[in-house]
Design a protein around this ligand. Structure first.
Ligand code: AMP
Length: 432
């Protein structure tokens, strides 16, 4: 017996919810256009090895992976970045830089479902490839700010860090990359004591552990003050100091160009994905403990896919979470009210005319439907009310003889006879 429900973590979107998801997607796509990001569409199913290459243990373990009928090990994409790195290393390798790419669609992770965490979810993804300059980082931050503002959020902040700070310290202590990854993952999960234990066990000096401890406490909203303090904490580690400098430059650029979001600097912030090499960030709202978007710089990833060494960075906006957060902050989509017309033929023989009129209305961009349940006019009108139809067009034999129909304003409950040739104009004119 089949079970007639969706799989755990998978959702149906009924028209009202689908509309909200598409709204965010459309705003995100429009933003891509304004910033010069070209859209690409990549497959949902890819070789397992490509998706697993550098996605971090956590995502790797949660991939929907299987063997296809041709015996290939494949998986549903858990993120876009691997597919984009594949493209940039292959078909797009000769494209001029910077390359700006946008993609949106569904992703799959066998996460434990909870509020805002699903097994199928959508992202709008922006990638900026080819520039190592802080201008590129500043643009991705600006774009993130811009999307949140355009969606109408009132209360949000961006949490920012730099992978180079922690990695710089650990590398100078001679800790291998694999162990660095373990430490970063523990930090990402806020398991600080365990992270420090692994650091100690990996042979780090006493002063390194003390530095890390201090670093993890270095956070705050006064951006340049926190950066100054961080620099002091890591002063013995050359590349960590360079990372702090890099972050300062990025934030100076962003701030001075007028982007005004609340920023929380966390020197010990480590996002889960192993491929990050520079600035990392997440956008947050008070209503959610989990981030709405996440991004950062990944300068080594394209190489890993066999491409030329290519600096790159990007941001993944979680469409599902943006929709949920909009609801919580009572931010409604900015879409103009649209007319919705129902055409009701009074008798069987007028069906063709009703169809003809519906085509004419749609050609003038007015959404129109024809009554198709064989209802009487009064039943059809109460059904139209239920469906929030704005206008009913009643096609009756007498009016039709004079090339006219009855136009009823459903909100005002008023009707008048209008010339068919003026029908669109009359509907657009609004109530009388
Ligand atoms: P990540 O690719 O893990 O950096 O995630 C980027 C963004 O994608 C997050 O900030 C979320 O908005 C969204 N996201 C990631 N995983 C999920 C999930 N399981 N369900 C819903 N949204 C998700």
């Amino acid at each position: 017996m089949p079970q007639f429900r969706t799989l755990r973590g998978m959702r149906d979107f009924l028209p009202k919810d689908a509309k909200k998801m598409r709204y965010v997607e459309v705003v995100a796509r429009d933003l891509a256009r304004l910033y010069g990001y070209g859209e690409i569409i990549t497959p949902v199913v890819e070789h397992y090895d490509i998706l697993a290459a550098k996605s971090g243990e956590e995502i790797r373990e949660r991939m929907y992976a299987f063997t296809d009928m041709g015996g290939r090990r494949v998986a549903l994409r858990p993120e876009f970045t691997a597919s984009i790195a594949r493209l940039v290393a292959t078909k797009m390798r000769h494209e001029p830089k910077p390359m700006k790419l946008f993609c949106a669609g569904s992703l799959y992770r066998y996460d434990e479902p909870q509020h805002g965490r699903f097994r199928e979810f959508w992202q709008a993804n922006y990638e900026l490839i080819g520039s190592s300059k802080p201008e590129a980082d500043a643009e991705i931050l600006t774009l993130t700010y811009d999307l949140i503002e355009r969606l109408g959020f009132r209360n949000y902040w961006v949490k920012i860090g730099h992978v180079g700070i922690l990695r710089g310290i650990l590398a100078q202590e001679g800790i291998a990359e694999e162990q660095q990854n373990t430490i970063m993952q523990l930090l990402d999960k806020k398991r600080l004591d365990e992270a420090l234990t692994v650091t100690r066990e990996s042979g780090a000096s006493q002063s390194c552990v003390a530095t890390l401890k201090k670093l993890l406490e270095t956070r705050g909203k006064d951006v340049f003050q926190v950066l100054k303090e961080t620099k002091r904490v890591v002063e013995d580690y050359e590349s960590a100091v360079a990372a702090v400098e890099n972050l300062r430059e990025i934030l100076e650029l962003t701030r001075e160009s007028g982007v005004k979001f609340e920023t929380l600097i966390e020197a010990g912030f480590a996002r889960g994905l192993e491929y990050y090499t520079g600035m990392i960030f997440e956008s947050c709202v008070p209503e959610f403990e989990i981030a709405l978007a996440g991004g950062g710089r990944y300068d080594k990833l394209i190489e890993l896919f066999g491409g030329e060494p290519t600096p790159a960075l990007g941001v993944a906006q979680g469409i599902d979470r943006l929709v949920l957060a909009m609801k919580k902050q009572k931010v409604s989509p900015k879409v103009p009210e649209e007319n919705k017309v129902m055409i009701i033929p009074v008798g069987e023989e007028l069906k063709t005319k009703a169809f003809e009129l519906s085509l004419k209305l749609r050609n003038t961009k007015i959404p129109a439907e024809v009554e198709m349940m064989g209802r009487t006019v009064s039943k059809a009108l109460s059904d139209a009310d239920r469906r929030r139809v704005t206008h009913a067009v009643i096609v009756g034999p007498e009016e039709l003889r004079e090339e006219r129909v009855v136009l009823r304003d459903m909100k005002k409950r008023k009707q008048r006879v209008v010339e068919i040739q003026n029908l669109s104009k009359e509907i657009l004119r609004g109530p009388n």
